[in-house]
Design a protein around this ligand. Structure first.
Ligand SMILES: Cc1ncc(C[n+]2csc(CCOP(=O)(O)OP(=O)(O)O)c2C)c(N)n1
Ligand SMILES: [Mg+2]
Length: 486
């Protein structure tokens, strides 16, 4: 052990003398080239052995936020590391790489939760009326009507695809009932340059971006026109055109991916951000925590939207975590956060619109906790009345429906009527029935597509599997679906 310690100390000393690490470490604490509040850079780079490399860097990058080194906390030179705190007591502050450490003679444990609950931002009351003095971003008539129409489209699509699953026409489905405002209002507040890393309960973002009902139906029926070539279960949508990464139902895996993508947008100096959606259940995964920390440190332009709908299948949030919801966790990682009423489309629009500006202009991650309720069963494989009272579901369906609430506001502006409502609902219903009929008629992708698109040259084990599959089909043709070419 002593040998290793001695050896590693030697290695460090060697490194220090070779690359001037100790001088750099001291210089690190000096002030940066530009006192931009989100950029710090070693000051005397010209005298350090790293100077040639550093001089080749685009030093103007500090204006947009440094890529590799930036701290929002101030730091001072080593000799001044100790400073008296100006509270008139004996306390002192220690300058520390991660920020100031304030000493205190009091032994005080931080409480496990804040003394007051985190506020939940809302603009519309339950009756769709504007709450006085609410701080929101106004939307035009055109945007408001599109938002409302897309919420109705999503609601109708859910009803019809759910029925199609019950009739055995598709194998599986997940509804978004109760979460239409989160889907549509957040999408409306983004630009088409922004990338989306979804969970699985956000098809409304695709509706907003122009994914057609036929494209939804093709995916759910896994036919030849499905971009995933029928390899995924229904509802695993994806679209290159709409910058919507394909749904991966392995919980929370999309969250670190989103941060990596956001970091690359920042490196490429793009005027865009990444938005990732996940449920309350996703926050119990390690990926959520790693992603938040990674985003904070790299100052990546990413918006985390957590749909806190109360349930992760049958597990209520009270059995998942003990924090005061999810927004508070952002602070632990140094990420600005807000809790929003997810059933209030105007509040969601305002929060995401503002978050996007902050993410893109200031290069920072933002966490939004959208409080809502999963009104539908988790999926068609679930019966949620087995673990929650039917009255609870009914109350959310009736009293807190985000679609009705937004409709009341749109109507109160004179932008909507009951005639427009009847016409919209019947038109979407007809379009959906037609899309399903068409999707059913399109043949399935051929068997060989099961093996393609991963390797350029099919490896021997996959060739073997394909051969075995074909032999099995010819031995048992009656057991093989007639509509799959082979
Ligand atoms: C890593 C992983 N663990 C477990 C599952 C099984 N599973 C599928 S959905 C789900 C619940 C997710 O709940 P939440 O994130 O709150 O999303 P919601 O369904 O409520 O929208 C679970 C546990 C999974 N898909 N992936
Ligand atoms: Mg949930």
């Amino acid at each position: 052990m002593a040998f290793y310690l001695k050896n590693s100390r030697n290695i460090i000393n060697n490194l220090k003398s070779k690359v001037g690490l100790s001088s750099l470490m001291k210089q690190h604490s000096c002030s940066c080239l530009n006192h931009n509040n989100y950029c710090r850079f070693p000051a005397s780079t010209a005298t350090s052995p790293f100077a040639p490399q550093l001089n080749n860097l685009d030093l103007n990058s500090h204006k947009r936020g440094c890529l590799f080194m930036s701290q929002r906390f101030e730091s001072t030179i080593a000799e001044k590391q100790f400073a008296s705190v100006q509270n008139g007591e004996d306390n002192q502050a220690l300058d520390f790489p991660g920020g100031k450490i304030i000493f205190s003679p009091d032994m005080r444990f931080l409480s496990e939760s804040p003394s007051a609950h985190t506020y939940c931002f809302r603009v519309l009351d339950d009756n769709g009326q504007l709450i006085k003095q609410s701080n929101y971003i106004q939307v035009s008539e055109e945007i408001a009507v599109k938002m409302y129409s897309d919420m109705v489209t999503l609601q109708t699509m859910d009803t019809i695809f759910y029925e199609a699953q019950r009739q055995g026409r598709i194998s599986f489905y997940v509804t978004t009932i109760g979460e239409e405002a989160i889907n549509i209002a957040s999408a409306a507040a983004l630009t088409s340059d922004d990338f989306v890393f979804p969970q699985y309960r956000e098809p409304g973002v695709l509706i907003w971006r122009g994914f057609t009902l036929q494209e939804f139906a093709n995916q759910c029926f896994g036919n030849r026109a499905d971009y995933g070539k029928g390899r995924q279960m229904p509802i695993h949508y994806g679209s290159n055109k709409h910058k919507y990464f394909t749904v991966s139902s392995t919980i929370a895996t999309q969250i670190p991916h989103a941060v990596g993508a956001a970091y690359s947008l920042k490196m490429d100096k793009k005027d865009a951000c990444v938005v990732t959606y996940f449920g309350d259940g996703g926050t119990s995964e390690g990926d959520f925590h790693a992603a938040l920390n990674f985003a904070a440190v790299t100052e990546a332009p990413v918006i985390f939207i957590c749909r806190n709908n109360g349930w992760a299948i049958s597990t209520p949030t009270s059995d998942q975590f003990r924090s005061d919801g999810i927004a508070v966790r952002g602070q632990a990682y140094g990420v600005q956060s807000i809790r929003v009423d997810g059933n209030d489309a105007l509040a969601m629009y305002s929060a995401v619109h503002t978050a996007r500006k902050m993410a893109v202009n200031e290069h920072r991650p933002i966490l939004i906790e959208a409080v809502t309720y999963r009104v539908g069963h988790h999926s068609t494989s679930d019966d949620s009345t087995k673990y929650r009272p039917a009255e609870e579901i009914e109350w959310w369906r009736m009293a807190r429906d985000p679609v009705t609430r937004f409709r009341k506001w749109v109507e109160s502006n004179g932008w909507w009527s009951s005639e427009a409502e009847t016409q919209l609902r019947s038109s979407i219903r007809n379009q959906l029935l037609h899309a399903i009929q068409m999707a059913e008629k399109v043949e399935k992708p051929p068997v060989e597509e099961l093996f393609t698109d991963v390797y350029d040259d099919l490896p021997s084990n996959l060739r073997e599997q394909e051969k075995l599959l074909r032999e099995t089909i010819s031995r048992h043709p009656q057991d093989f679906p007639a509509d799959v070419p082979h």
